[in-house]
Design a protein around this ligand. Structure first.
Ligand SMILES: Nc1ncnc2c1ncn2[C@@H]1O[C@H](COP(=O)(O)OP(=O)(O)OP(=O)(O)O)[C@@H](O)[C@H]1O
Length: 349
């Protein structure tokens, strides 16, 4: 069942700058968490605001649940759209305590029902003991959970979260990301969150829509979008990408690495461009067969090193490859390294 259906949605603010979002179509299933991921200015917030009803599109339709909320004739106001909003700065009412913040959208309930509902939500977000505290007496993570409880209170069809993890330090961010996902899943809520952080999207979302210049480049599960990027731009968004151009020869394929002995049999054509990730390349001891390269740089990343290697013994010494190696690989810059590539993980683009 669909919680949200968007068709051919476009919005231009300033003609000279081109569209902020352009001909976007996507669906979100009930209970699914979608991440809108993209660099600054890619149109994520514009799309979220159009879903919330905080802006008018130039074209396209949006349906939330069974209701069309925007098309060329209809425009349903934000407060009638059955969406819950969680803003980047949490936007809690500073002069209301936790209880009253969460109860804010429940004015139609009796006092008793309201208390029962608020307590239920505070249990859901693990803040049972905090109902009398004011926002300034809470940590960033706790404020985030109050904002989430407030957004969930009126049982919206969709919760929209604008950069929910961006104001948190790294340690808190890991914790809050997990908590928010757990809470949304426990509540059975459908949610869309905006982020420019790939880790947020990979860890917290069921589905990622990768946006670039107002368009959705690819939409899919985190594992699919990471392992099967539709093109080099999508691939690059999730870390270093290696590229090779392969030309068919009588006895196999010729590439920047020279002759390739073993590639998947399914590869066909006269010329192919392939991409693969740094983790699909493995350093070998030098005694085993492998390709050779000169180590140009080694960047220590904590749990691993990212190596930049220039190809040796071929005409393509300016062609660089990235290798994910152990943090203690022991090679010095300028030394020769040997490596193997798992071509089965490469993707033809
Ligand atoms: N109210 C507005 N008036 C004019 N231009 C706007 C307005 N809102 C957004 N834009 C433009 O639309 C484009 C998309 O902006 P948007 O805020 O949706 O991007 P974003 O992906 O959310 O970026 P960020 O991550 O920086 O928030 C940008 O070029 C931006 O300058």
């Amino acid at each position: 069942m669909k919680a949200l259906q968007i068709e051919h949605l476009s919005k231009t603010f300033l003609k000279r700058e081109g569209p902020a979002i352009s001909d976007i179509s996507l669906d979100v299933e009930v209970g699914e968490i979608l991440a809108l991921l993209g660099e600054s200015g890619s149109g994520k917030t514009t799309l979220l605001r159009l879903i919330a009803g905080l802006d008018y599109p130039d074209q396209g339709t949006i349906a939330i649940g069974d209701d069309v909320v925007v098309d060329d004739k209809i425009f349903i106001k934000p407060e009638k759209r059955k969406v819950g909003l969680v803003f980047q700065n949490h936007a809690l009412f500073p002069h209301y305590n936790v209880f009253d913040n969460v109860a804010f959208g429940l004015s139609w309930l009796t006092k008793q029902d309201k208390a029962r509902k608020v307590n239920e939500l505070l249990t859901l977000v693990n803040l049972e003991e905090m109902e009398n505290r004011f926002p300034h007496q809470l940590s960033g993570g706790q404020q985030q959970r109050v904002a989430l409880a407030r957004a969930l209170a009126p049982r919206p069809e969709i919760v929209l979260l604008d950069e929910p993890f961006s104001n948190l330090d790294n340690v808190l961010k890991n914790q809050v990301r997990e908590e928010v996902k757990k809470i949304l899943k426990k509540a059975g809520a459908t949610a869309i969150f905006v982020t420019h952080d790939t880790t947020d999207a990979l860890l917290a979302a069921d589905k990622i829509a990768l946006m670039h210049r107002g368009k959705v480049l690819q939409i899919g599960s985190p594992i699919d979008i990471y392992q099967n990027p539709a093109n080099e731009n999508v691939g690059k968004f999730f870390g270093k990408i290696n590229t090779l151009t392969l030309n068919k020869r009588e006895n196999g394929w010729l590439s920047e690495l020279g002759q390739l002995a073993s590639v998947p049999q399914s590869w066909e054509g006269d010329q192919l461009k392939i991409i693969f990730r740094a983790e699909n390349v493995t350093l070998t001891s030098g005694k085993e067969p492998g390709f050779k390269g000169q180590l140009v740089a080694s960047h220590f990343m904590g749990d691993h090193c990212l190596l930049t290697v220039a190809l040796a013994d071929t005409a393509s010494q300016s062609h660089l490859l990235y290798i994910k190696a152990s943090a203690n690989h022991g090679y010095k810059v300028d030394s020769t390294v040997t490596f193997q590539i798992d071509f089965a993980r490469a993707k033809i683009i």
